[in-house]
Ligand binder design. Sequence first.
Ligand code: GDP
Length: 292
Amino acid sequence: MSIQWFPGHMHLTRKAIGDRVKTIDVVIEMVDARLPASSANPMLRELLTRKHSLKVLNKADLADPVRTQEWLEWYQQKEGTAAIAMDSHHSAPARALIEACQQLMPSRGSMDKPMRVLICGIPNVGKSTLINTMVGKRAAKAANEPGVTRQEQRFALQDGFYLFDTPGVLWPRIIVAQSGYNLAAAGSIGRNAFDDELVALELLAYLQRHYGGALLARYPVAENEAELRALPDHELFERIARKRGALLPGNRVNTQKAAELVLQDFRSGAIGRITIETPTEFEEWLATGERL
Ligand code: GDP
């Protein structure tokens, strides 16, 4: 079973972004550093062909630093796009972003030729947090649930430097099945769109293969990493559920609660700094995976 996702008002957002970019100098596409490809929206690329753009891998504090470096190199070398990683709660990376924009468009950023920067990204990726950090007060609404409707807003950062928030809601566009699971694991698509248990099982299977040590440290359910890696997925899930007390009367496993626990642990970083897709994996999914 794959995750189906229907981008409801995508045509409206497409038009709004298309209109907006006409008077924009640099477009920032913010993605989630734990799943950079799946949290991107391929539609943006079509709209931005002649624009300067900058990828921001946000939530880098939750992502695997080695893999973040891999992604940054991939964007720069393979896609020819400037890219930086950040935790948008902190102001130093926000300043790095101003510098990156100025490098892309050195002729802009003065009173008579202002720099106009549009921040695009799917819900929950951290756009409001970045704007709040940069503007220095609670300017944009930060919400935990994806899909909170937002008005387009403009924020003056300093003389000659303006930030614009995404007009409308830019839903993710899922092009391969694995991306759906990864977006769901990160909590970036609405809860009704997927089954927690299925998503938790997929996530655990991935962590078992790539982050066995971190998984074992969080859930000591096997003697060692080799044993943990050899567990069938349902067995691993059940052991975690029992270890964490996700049980129903009669000592049966409460699968919903166990799934929520695992997903919450991943989203909060409690399992460790984890990235659930690499550039190589994403290229493989595009080449051989189930296309949606
Ligand atoms: P928006 O929908 O793109 O505007 O996303 P928000 O700014 O509302 O952020 C969604 C959630 O992600 C909030 O709970 C933020 O605190 C959290 N968040 C945003 N940026 C970061 C980051 O760089 N690191 C971490 N760990 N959390 C972040």
